[in-house]
Design a binder for this molecule. Sequence first.
Ligand code: NAD
Ligand code: IPM
Ligand code: MN
Length: 350
Amino acid sequence: TGTLRLAVIPGDGIGQEVTAEALKVLEAAAPAGVKFEPTRYDLGAERYLATGEVLPDSVLAEIREHDAILLGAVGGKPGDPNLPPGILERGLLLRLRFELDHYVNLRPSRIFPGVTSPLANPGEVDFVVVREGTEGPYTGNGGSIRVGTPHEVATEVSLNTAYGVERVVRDAFARAQRRPRQKLTLVHKTNVLVHAGAVWSRLVAEVGREFPDVTVDYLHIDAATIFMTTDPARFDVIVTDNLFGDIITDLAGAISGGIGLAASGNINPDRTAPSMFEPVHGSAPDIAGQQIADPTAAILSASLLLDHLGHPEAAAVIEDAVVADLAERTPATTRRTPEVGDAIAARVAG
Ligand code: NAD
Ligand code: IPM
Ligand code: MN
């Protein structure tokens, strides 16, 4: 019982459209005695273009005081000369992940009954990618010199700390331990990225001694994309760095019935700050404003949010409603974004 304070950041493009549906379903799923108190933050392209603000410190401080964050997507119109790439992605999304220490970027993939995979014989797909969320090539550890000249030099150095790798690896092992198949696959590129690779390999071996029930496997990232398309059922828990995890989870979404179904949680397992839940997809400028985006990924992200806040039954109600809705979708079903949200919310309400 009590009040759950949610910071809601719909963001840009279809982020606005799908977040409205996720909130609708969340409200319908509120456990007895729980009241959601959403606070909406108008961060994103529009605010930046109007005011130059991306994520003011005072707003970040306010967001910190919430129980969880629900985010849609960020990213403005492609090619807008007033909005260079990275301003919002780094300044808003990554800043939230870094400042709130979202070191576990949790991205589950399952082929739900009735959902068509582009793979002819995908098998029983049910895995989760534990993507490191605060390090790797994402930290901004780089720079440019001689910009615009033929001698320009640009670096983007991948940061891998033993502290950062160990904590995400331990979280991934703990998740593998709790799952029926108890399997962990490290995905990296240790044959080329030998410095970072050594840290990841060593810590997987070391932490693995604490989890003797978990079978450990290793794949290079390139080969992992092969197996994700030829035999995705082999995966249980995948642990990987920030960039490999970004790439492989778009692929995971695609093989599991589409990016419109792929949910994620940016988790701070130590609970020193609110965790953030968002679809894996972006602002989809190509379809924004038409109310044709699939809100399912955002709705499933709301289910992950409830689970994280200690309401697994309510989370399961949302997931069951999504599963039931998916089972009745046919390629011919063309519903608008709010119709999908309404249908799932109605099932949740029972
Ligand atoms: P995208 O995920 O926005 O779109 C890729 C393709 O998938 C597009 O064809 C789009 O129409 C389709 N798609 C995505 N979500 C869908 C949904 N719910 N229903 C139906 N179709 C859907 O990726 P992109 O085009 O590479 O990036 C667009 C912008 O979004 C960029 O500015 C990028 O930086 C940003 N982005 C933000 C996030 C985030 O906020 N978490 C994630 C990815 C990309
Ligand atoms: C994602 C996105 C982000 C990422 C971008 C927009 C910073 O692609 O959430 O997958 O690379 O993490
Ligand atoms: Mn991505």
